[in-house]
Design a protein around this ligand. Structure first.
Ligand SMILES: Cc1cc2nc3c(=O)[nH]c(=O)nc-3n(C[C@H](O)[C@H](O)[C@H](O)COP(=O)(O)OP(=O)(O)OC[C@H]3O[C@@H](n4cnc5c(N)ncnc54)[C@H](O)[C@@H]3O)c2cc1C
Length: 348
């Protein structure tokens, strides 16, 4: 394994802010993962897996930890009639996996096109978009369990998937995701239930092809996020809030037109973007070099040379305004560390 010291995490994350990692360890096999776990133990430091850094905000002072980069990139497809077993290692770029599946005519991942990051983090976060979530296709996940010091396989049910969550997120840093297997299919099965996609294909009479669905998603997404080569961002900074029935009733009286999304795991998910647009006026909000993306206020955007503190103070202000207006306590989707975490939570 390769061990580097004092590595600037601004170069490894899509916000492009924050200080150094005490260590960055790159591994290429399961054996090296166990060696990295031992290395972190010897140093007395936490071990934190990092993929493409597209869902993390690093404190400006850095993080005193061993960051683990899993450079394992194998992908395989096994065909059994219309059923496809796809297996991908944690370090594979998520969108390249979607592209490889689409290229082969395998349905299942296309609505999740163009989401930045790796397969490993995708399963931790249970990434979702356009009416689809990664968990719908997961068969099993191979992990290195740092508590038990060995490899394990968790079948989908054991992963405790929910809205942007899983057992891997609930027990943060306990499980290192090594490999994920997915069930795909050659049977045409477009999921166009999400409004933007429905509108996109509104005037098309024939059933869209797999490639057309992927391209539609890519096209729609282009308008929603800042260009990553010009600005720092981690996409939506906040999770959509989940509230109980009583709070749902109260808010429905205040905002009768607000769409509500009951979740299978319980609670009702509220569309935070709708709340931003209809209950608050946040458009011009800015702290230092951090501002809210005009086309999608959930997206905190950092100009070049911004600090993580700018981002956190802006996130805090947004959380405060939402709480003041609706009584809802919003939480970040982006992973925060140390002091930054406390600042965002202080208004609760
Ligand atoms: C422009 C933009 C748009 C986005 N759009 C969406 C969207 O539509 N839907 C969506 O769900 N998300 C979206 N995201 C968020 C992000 O793409 C996902 O959360 C993605 O899964 C993060 O992958 P990553 O490899 O960059 O993870 P990182 O940021 O590197 O890590 C995220 C978390 O996963 C953990 N982790 C990473 N790898 C492993 C592993 N192998 N084992 C265990 N833990 C691990 C990390 O410790 C951390 O807690 C968007 C982000 C951006 C920048």
């Amino acid at each position: 394994m390769e061990i580097l010291e004092n590595v600037p995490l601004s170069t490894l994350t899509t916000f492009h802010t924050g200080g150094p990692a005490r260590f960055l360890v790159t591994v290429k096999s399961e054996v090296e993962i166990s060696q990295a776990v031992e290395f972190a133990k010897e140093k007395g430091l936490p071990l934190i897996p990092i993929g493409a850094g597209s869902n993390m905000l690093i404190p400006d002072s850095g993080v005193d930890a061993v960051f683990l980069n899993i450079a394992m990139h194998d992908v395989s497809f096994t065909v059994n009639g219309a059923d496809i077993l796809c297996t991908a290692e944690a370090g594979v770029s998520w969108d390249s996996l979607v592209e490889q599946s689409v290229e082969r005519g395998f349905w299942g991942l296309e609505n999740l096109s163009s989401i930045p990051g790796t397969v490993g983090a995708g399963v931790v976060q249970n990434i979702g978009a356009y009416g689809s979530a990664l968990s719908e296709r997961v068969i099993a996940v191979d992990v290195y369990d740092t508590k038990q010091g060995k490899m394990q396989t968790l079948v989908s049910l054991e992963c405790e998937f929910g809205y942007r969550t899983s057992i891997f997120k609930k027990e943060v840093d306990r499980y290192i995701v090594v490999r994920v297997s997915f069930a795909l299919t050659t049977d045409a099965s477009p999921n166009l239930s999400y409004r933007d996609l429905k509108n996109y294909f509104a005037n098309v009479e024939s059933i869209p092809s797999l490639r057309e669905v992927r391209e539609a998603v890519i096209e729609i997404r282009k308008g929603k996020f800042p260009p990553l080569d010009l600005f720092g961002t981690a996409g939506s900074f906040f999770l959509n809030p989940i509230v109980n029935d009583e709070k749902t009733r109260e808010l429905s009286e205040m905002y009768p037109l607000m769409p509500l999304f009951p979740l299978p795991e319980g609670g009702v998910k509220l569309p935070l973007a709708w709340i931003f647009d209809h209950a608050l006026s946040l458009k011009k909000l800015r702290v230092g070099k951090a501002f809210l993306w005009e086309k999608q206020a959930l997206v905190i955007t950092a100009e070049p040379n911004s600090t993580s503190e700018d981002v956190v103070l802006l996130a805090s202000e947004v959380a405060r305004l939402v709480f003041e207006k609706t009584g809802i306590q919003i939480t970040p989707e982006v992973r925060l560390f140390g002091a930054e975490k406390k600042i965002v939570f202080k208004n609760k």
